[in-house]
Ligand binder design. Sequence first.
Ligand code: NCD
Length: 303
Amino acid sequence: MGKGLLDIESLGRQDIEVILERAKFFQPPPGEPYKRHQLLQGKTIVNLFFEASTRTRTSFEIAGRRLGAEILSITASGSSVSKGESLVDTLNTLGAMRPDAIVMRHSASGAPHFLSRYLPIPIVNAGDGTHEHPTQALLDALTILDRRRNLQGLRVAIIGDIAHSRVARSNIFLLSKFGAQIVLCGPASLLPREIGKIAPGVELTTDMEDAIRGVDVIMMLRVQLERQHEASFPANEYFRFFGLRSEHMERAKPDVIVMHPGPMNRGQEISSEVADSQSSAILNQVGNGIAVRMAVLERVLTS
Ligand code: NCD
């Protein structure tokens, strides 16, 4: 069935390298706008978002337009899904209009994998439940590679709500394929032991100071309350134990890269001082999202 981009887990190192190389080609020089291309002229992409999104949805839209494709966005609240239509029926309806690709975000882990078995149209996963968010991991890798020669041997701390984070899972798959050392940190209730199975060798700690010692990259995560059905930690203690603040920074490498996929909650998982510091690459991540999604859309629609 349709060849798309469903996850990082099933990609080989070479596939990832090819996407990142192409993304570098699309990256504009600093301060310049993205160039327009006509590589996807005549193609139609449907952006189907069943969950809230600002940056990912806009980023796919801009990426598609920069390549000359037509792209239309549908959000669940304004669609027939809110009238009780099943996911398969919604997708079949859209599929009957013959778009060239569907970009989708859904709260159910595995939804795009399931649909890609039935639809002949390529599906790009823009985040499925707590499972994967492949374009986020690709843009994170591109952002690290803007500041480091390669990923091999880098020490990367991923901190926060690991249990509910598709961003963490996609990054763990990608970084471990390239030989980075990964340390995961968060409240014990949000740090599932089984995560070690997806990448043997990852370290787990509930101590933020341990996690940050000597790291090249710090990836902060939002506490995803919308996926938590009971309180996992005392909310008013979170910032004290797991919020990234200036005093932590001296434990990391002097040129540490601070990242966050957004949306970030200042004063909860990160202080404004760190989020707006020289070390922060948070807006670079957003910018790189377009280059990566251009590379992904081109690959999915032309190969
Ligand atoms: C993330 C997501 O939706 O998984 N955001 C994003 O796509 N940039 C992370 C989050 O919602 O916390």
